[in-house]
Structures are given as structure tokens and as C-alpha cells.
Design a protein around this ligand. Structure first.
Ligand SMILES: C[S@@+](CC[C@H](N)C(=O)[O-])C[C@H]1O[C@@H](n2cnc3c(N)ncnc32)[C@H](O)[C@@H]1O
Length: 373
């Protein structure tokens, strides 16, 4: 029988233990499928933990041990898919019970120290999120894995069979489906702008790999006059510029950050023009309320009369939040409808011709659409 690969047990989860001292001491083991044996019953040393925190750490170890034990001798893709699904569910329960402070301070490090947390790193989506290869969370490569884009095929193919099985589950979760729907919503907004405002100019903020452009009929058919794709990430912009050669001559890529927009640095009307559609997806989830409202005002100011601004934000209450936080190290600012509507707080009513809030089909992402008078 093969032991669980030591390489993964020594993974970068080590950084989890920086905020609280936890020393896992594997004292037992459980068989997970034919191919893996996980050490279990981690016993973090308690000196800095309160009684409640100690209980929280014990609960994490016990529940994750139980998930591993439940699998018994089962093996193969189905077993690993079940493992991923159970881990997501168990972490949700643990987070609800721990409360925000103990969850962050002790439960998350305990999850990362547990071999099951390490095992989930075999999933290429989980691994990419945790590794942050571009140095920041939620890069466009991660989005490609979520989109199941062909550019991510090599990363998936390089994963183990267990990792691919876990990926089938993680990429199939509701938030990932919502990101794929978001891509379609953005492409739809571009297509609609082309119909309603012939020769439309479009501004994509934090565009990543601009994957929505690949499924926009209007862009393919040359009905968009200009699409300015902006992001802070040079590598993403290089990819966008390369793809633009095949997709549409209307696309131009420029390195502009949120800060540039807020400070009106290289982003004035004289410098980048005005637009019929401005949108940002996968960005507001990282911006605090104040910055979000400021950015919204600035982006709204770049619209032509009758133009629309469309922004989205993940909604509160996702089942996968705890897994994303603890195992993927991917934290978002989840918001409710009122907080998303408040993005428009700094825009004068007289400038607004209309505003619309809507949620996606799975209730995962909320959208605010603002029309300029
Ligand atoms: C989750 S990805 C979303 C990419 C794309 N909009 C999509 O939906 O596929 C987030 C993007 O925001 C960009 N980003 C993050 N912080 C930024 C900032 N301060 N200014 C500009 N772009 C930023 C990242 O470089 C990354 O491409």
C-alpha cells in the first residue's frame, strides 16, 4: 500500500500556522481508498488556545478525520469526488459553529494542517488558488480553470486522477457555475450594446483574459467599434493583445489599475475616451465599500449619455465560502443586495437615467446596472 505522498503533507500549508501556534502531531492513520493512507488525529499543542478554541481545533480534526474514515477502502474518481464534496460541506458546518473569530484564528490553520486539506491540493483549481502563481488571489489563470477554458487543459491533464476527480467537483460547484454564467452575461451586455448603440465603445475593467470577448457575437462580427481591455496584470494583458489579433481588431489592451481610475491618472476622457458600456467582473469582490463607491463614480463618469455600467459581486451565503477560505486561501468580500446597490452611493440622482439590480440564476452573484442620463 502506498502512503500519502509526503511531498503534499509538507505543502505550503505551513504558512497557515503563522497566526496561531498549531503543531499537528499525527498519531494514527486511516485508509482512504486503496492508494492513500492519511495520518489523522492531529494534536495541536494548546498553550495559546482558550478552551473554546481548543474545542474548535479538536472539532476540525475529528470531522475531517471522519470524512477520511467514511471513505473507508473506497477508491477511484468517485471516491475522490465524494471526498471533495464532503470536505466542502463539513467545512461549511465547522465555520458556522466556530464563529468568525475562532474560524479565522484557529479553525483555518487547523484545516490547513490536516492531511485532508493537503489532499485537496491535488485539485488543480484548489492548488492554483492557494499557490497564487501571479502573486495575488483570483488571477485570470484561476478563472480559466473555472471557465474550463482550453488554455487550462494542460494544468488539468497534469493533475493526478484524484486531483482531476476533485476538480470535477470543485469546478462544478455553484460559485464556479456562476462565474461561467457571468462570462455569458458580460458577452450578452457587449452584444446588447452593439445592437442598441451601433459602433459602440466598450471598457472592460480588470479584464483578466477577457474570455467574454471569445463568445461575443458582436465582437466576432465586427459590430463593436472599440473595446479597451484594462487590468493591472501585464501577463493577462499580453494574452489579451495576442488573442485580439484573431478575435477582433477593435480590442486594445492597456495597463490601468483601480487606483488609476480613482485618481483619474491616465484615465481621463481625453486619454481614454468615453464609452457606451463599461463593466467590471471579479473585481468588486476585493474592494472595500468606500473604494467600490469611488470607483463606481469614476467609471460612471466615463459613460456617454445613455451608456451603461455593469458591475457584479458575489452574494453572501455560499455553501463553498468556508472551503474557498480555508483550503483555497481565496477570500472575497461577499455582499447583499443593499451593499451592492450602495456602489452607486456617490452618483448624483440627476445623472442616473436608471438603475437595476439582478441576481444570476443560482443566486450567487448580484449585478448592478447603472444607466447614465
Ligand atoms: C477574478 S479576475 C477576473 C477577470 C475577468 N474580469 C473575468 O471575469 O474573467 C480579477 C482580475 O482583477 C484584476 N485586478 C485585481 N486588482 C486590480 C486592480 N487593483 N486594478 C486593476 N485590476 C485588478 C486582476 O489582475 C485579475 O485579472
Amino acid at each position: 500500500m502506498r502512503r500519502y505522498p509526503a511531498r503534499l503533507l509538507r505543502s505550503r500549508h505551513a504558512r497557515a500556522a503563522t497566526s496561531v501556534r498549531i503543531w499537528p502531531k499525527p498519531s494514527d492513520s486511516v485508509e482512504v481508498g486503496r492508494n492513500f493512507t492519511l495520518p489523522v488525529s492531529a494534536d495541536p499543542s494548546p498553550p495559546l488556545l482558550s478552551g473554546a478554541q481548543r474545542q474548535c481545533v479538536d472539532d476540525v480534526a475529528a470531522r475531517l478525520d471522519a470524512v477520511a474514515a467514511d471513505l473507508g477502502a473506497a477508491d477511484g474518481p468517485e471516491a475522490h469526488a465524494r471526498l471533495a464534496d464532503r470536505t466542502i460541506e463539513v467545512l461549511r458546518g465547522l465555520r458556522d459553529e466556530a464563529g468568525p473569530a475562532d474560524w479565522a484564528a484557529v479553525a483555518v490553520p487547523a484545516v490547513r494542517a490536516h492531511p485532508l486539506g493537503a489532499l485537496m491540493q491535488a485539485c488543480p483549481l484548489t492548488r492554483h488558488a492557494f499557490a497564487r502563481p501571479r502573486g495575488y488571489p483570483g488571477d485570470a489563470g484561476l478563472l480559466d480553470l473555472i471557465y474550463r477554458h482550453p488554455d487550462a487543459d494542460a494544468a488539468v491533464a497534469a493533475a493526478s486522477a484524484a486531483g482531476r476527480a476533485a476538480y470535477a467537483v470543485t469546478a462544478g460547484t455553484a460559485p464556479c457555475a456562476a462565474v461561467r454564467e457571468r462570462r455569458r452575461i458580460l458577452a450578452g451586455a457587449i452584444d446588447r450594446a452593439a445592437v442598441e448603440r451601433p459602433g459602440a465603445a466598450v471598457l472592460a475593467v480588470a479584464c483578466g483574459h477577457l474570455r467574454e470577448a471569445e463568445i461575443s457575437a458582436a465582437l466576432r462580427e465586427g459590430r463593436i467599434a472599440r473595446l479597451l481591455a484594462t487590468d493591472q496584470d501585464r501577463a493577462s494583458l499580453a494574452l489579451v493583445a495576442g488573442r485580439a489579433r484573431d478575435l477582433s481588431p477593435a480590442i486594445a489592451a492597456r495597463r490601468l489599475s483601480v487606483r488609476d481610475f480613482i485618481a483619474a491618472r491616465a484615465t481621463t476622457e481625453a486619454e481614454i475616451g468615453r464609452f457606451d458600456l463599461v463593466y467590471a467582473a471579479g473585481l468588486y469582490d476585493y474592494l472595500d465599500d468606500r473604494i467600490a463607491a469611488r470607483l463606481t463614480r469614476r467609471l460612471f463618469g466615463l459613460l456617454r449619455p445613455g451608456g451603461r455600467l455593469l458591475v457584479g459581486n458575489f452574494l453572501t451565503g455560499l455553501r463553498e465560502e468556508a472551503y474557498m477560505d480555508a483550503v483555497m486561501d481565496w477570500q472575497l468580500l461577499y455582499r447583499g443586495e443593499a451593499q451592492i446597490r450602495a456602489f452607486a452611493a456617490e452618483i448624483s440622482e440627476v445623472d442616473l437615467a436608471g438603475q437595476r439590480y439582478f441576481a444570476d440564476s443560482g443566486g450567487c452573484v448580484g449585478y448592478l446596472e447603472l444607466e447614465r442620463a
